[in-house]
Design a protein around this ligand. Structure first.
Ligand code: URA
Length: 244
């Protein structure tokens, strides 16, 4: 199967797509004995000899897609200067290197996808594909209807209005209320900033869905591999979005 060189490098787990482009620009990649510095040439990883810094690339690792219920108290980066626990420590039986698709805060729990499929991960995080992410959000106090409408229509955070969100009120109480919020953006700490902007800070945050994928009954800290039809459904979703 022919594919663009930078895509092949990402798929083989050599680098993210952007980093792969840097490697090509820097003249560190050869294909069948020739240095390639132009973007977009097509390669077939089964037939072409692709070398990075003169070393043959390893055969592709099998593609792994894991759905983890991230507990609180774990970071979603692969290294932490503060030496806090890292989500990949929880994937005990997975020996290939997988990376989280996007991030969740240290104190956020819920659905986190991890994969070594660099191409799928890149697209799922790209704003163009507007992948919906749903959160159960416990907020302080009892937000009035006008406040919830502000979340729906967009609030200004860091000088820029958020895009429309779906918001349901699941439970209202004097001290705390439970909202379900679906956003299609991925700005840093977006849900916490949106709720702070309407005067109802987040007390607890849990992601329950990512595109078609639901968290289901996994306990915090548990994970499962995606079924082939779930992976297919992601790919179909991305294909549909591409054509919009
Ligand atoms: N929004 C947040 O504020 N934090 C998260 O972890 C995810 C979304």
């Amino acid at each position: 199967m022919e594919e663009r060189l930078q895509k092949a490098l990402a798929r083989l787990g050599i680098a993210s797509r952007r980093h792969a482009e840097d490697l090509i620009r820097q003249g560190r990649i050869t294909v069948n004995g020739r240095i390639v510095t132009a973007m977009g040439i097509k390669v077939d990883t089964e037939k072409d000899a692709i070398l990075l810094d003169g070393r043959l690339l390893p055969p592709p690792a099998p593609l792994i897609y894991a759905l983890l219920n991230k507990p609180k108290g774990f970071v979603t980066t692969l290294r932490d200067p503060q030496k806090r626990p890292i989500v990949t420590d929880l994937l005990k039986d997975i020996s290939v290197r997988v990376c989280p698709v996007g991030r969740l805060d240290y104190d956020t729990e819920g659905l986190l996808l991890l994969t070594n499929d660099g191409d799928l991960s890149f697209k799922l995080q790209h704003p163009r594909f507007k992948v919906p992410k749903t959160y159960e959000v416990e907020v302080k106090g009892r937000p009035a209807k006008q406040a919830i409408d502000r979340l729906r229509n967009g609030v200004i955070i860091e000088g820029r209005k958020t895009q429309p969100a779906l918001v349901k009120c699941l439970r209202k109480g004097e001290d705390a209320s439970l909202l379900e919020i679906t956003i299609r953006e991925g700005r840093k700490r977006q849900i916490k900033k949106m709720c702070a902007a309407i005067g109802h800070p987040v007390l607890n945050l849990r992601r329950t869905a990512f595109a078609d994928l639901k968290l289901g009954h996994l306990a915090p800290g548990q994970y499962r591999l995606l079924r082939p039809e779930e992976i297919e459904s992601f790919k179909n979703y991305l294909q549909k979005q591409k054509n919009i």
